[in-house]
Design a protein around this ligand. Structure first.
Ligand code: FAD
Ligand code: DHB
Length: 390
């Protein structure tokens, strides 16, 4: 089989690119390792930049997002039993974010691909890109006993952090930058009314907590936990009790608890691989970079890669102009590093670091005091949170 663009990975990055290219008459196939149900059972990000929301609309996938997603013009930072509001709208010059879960967004993308009869293959085993430095690359995968070969012009590695694409780049070409944090986030999804209509990021001496939501009947909460903690250590009652301890008293008093419908622990990691292009292979999203979730940049950084790749591919196929493809790695990485910086900053500002000295703690407190005493500092936070321009 021959296609123009072979996309490895059917997460949000791969599906969005496939949908956008298909609308421009560019032929793609998406190869996904897991079943659709499995992909849709993963509870991940919840906050979309306005630029990402615009890209979903351009992909003709924005209808349900616009109907059911919530526009948020601000969020709270809780500390020392007070709540300080970050007015995103005011400090970003009129911008906002959309609260809409990654699961719903991925479902919308799958539905759109189905409607257009897009080629999405699930449960592919052993996907492997070949001859990436040649003009005729191809991807193979196993379907039961059968080895399938897809010939293509370009291969897109949108197969997440544990995918095969990044590892296909020779070690002497790839540079990896990484920071591991000494804690993780324990997340709970529950069918309860959110404690606050806007997100609350809470800095507390017992550790960070986040009150987020998916809708007015579906809450998403997180607490910082040591990396050694296991899910068995956190029955629902223990989770709710610890969350309440880390929130201002009046917020904790309002918290509605209920059974968890999903519970997971994610370690916090910053990671960037450079370059994001090797011959005819282009990496996108988590395949090339990971952020700690604090600033809600993970999925949004993936979307910005797709924005650059989409335009570069359209310029190549429609105008014979390869400048976008040539510049892709450099352009994408420039924005990726800004998201890395912001995620590191917000993580450092709000978490409890086990090895901090009293001096480090004082600096952290001062950073927070400075933030809420300076319109310029709030402006910097707001412009990064709503998303820097592509
Ligand atoms: P993915 O969503 O990882 O999709 C990659 C796809 O490729 C997957 O479907 C995978 O099954 C498939 N795949 C993997 N290997 C292969 C292979 N060999 N062959 C074929 N297919 C393959 N971001 C936030 O902003 N906020 C959050 O709260 C948040 N929570 C997260 C929690 C977890 C546990 C994780 C892992 C990430 C979280 N993120 C969060 C980050 C965000 O979810 C990701 O940035 C986003 O999913 C990136 O999309 P992607 O399509 O690039 O990668
Ligand atoms: C969510 C996750 C985040 O990392 C974040 O910063 C905001 C919201 C969420 O899952 O809702």
């Amino acid at each position: 089989m021959k296609v123009q663009v072979c996309i490895i990975g059917g997460g949000p990055s791969g599906l969005l690119l496939s949908q956008l290219l298909h609308l421009q008459g560019i032929d793609t196939i998406v190869l996904e390792k897991h079943s659709r149900d499995y992909v849709l059972s993963r509870i991940r990000a919840g906050v979309l930049e306005h630029g990402f929301a615009a890209l979903m609309r351009e992909a003709q996938c924005g209808e349900r997002m616009d109907r059911e997603g919530e526009i948020h013009e601000g969020f709270y930072i809780a500390h020392d039993d007070v709540m300080d509001r970050v007015d995103l709208n005011k400090y970003s010059g009129g911008s906002s974010v959309v609260v809409y879960g990654q699961t719903e967004l991925t479902r919308d993308l799958y539905e759109a691909r189905d409607k257009m009869k897009g080629n999405v293959v699930h449960n592919v085993a052993d996907a492997a890109p070949h001859d990436l430095k040649s003009d005729a690359p191809y991807v193979t995968y196993r379907d039961g006993d059968r080895l399938v070969r897809i010939d293509c012009d370009y291969v897109i590695g949108a197969d997440g952090f544990h995918g095969v694409s990044r590892t296909s780049i020779p070690k002497d070409v790839l540079r990896e930058y990484e920071r591991l944090y000494p804690f993780g986030w324990l997340g709970v999804l529950s069918r309860t009314k959110p404690v606050s209509p806007e997100l609350i990021y809470s800095k507390h001496e017992r550790g960070f907590a986040l009150c987020s939501l998916r809708s007015q009947t579906l809450s998403r909460y997180y607490i910082q936990v040591p990396l050694t903690d296991k899910l068995e250590d956190w029955p629902d009652d223990a989770f709710w009790a610890e969350l309440k301890r880390r929130l201002p008293q009046d917020v904790a008093a309002k918290l509605v608890t209920g059974p968890s419908i999903e519970k997971s622990i994610a370690p916090l990691r910053s990671f960037v691989a450079e370059p994001m292009r090797y011959g005819r292979l282009f990496l996108a999203g988590d395949a090339a970079h990971i952020v700690p979730p604090t600033g809600a940049r993970g999925l949004n950084s993936a979307a910005s890669d797709i924005y650059y790749l989409y335009h570069a591919m359209v310029d190549h196929y429609k105008k014979g102009d390869d400048s976008g493809l040539e510049a892709y790695s450099q352009k994408a990485l420039a924005r990726v590093w800004k998201a890395q910086r912001f995620s590191w900053w917000m993580t450092t500002l709000l978490h409890r670091f086990p090895n901090n000295t009293p001096y480090d703690d004082k600096l952290q407190e001062t950073e927070l005091q400075y933030l809420f005493s300076s319109e310029k500092a709030l402006g910097s936070l707001a412009e990064n949170y709503v998303g820097l321009p592509f």
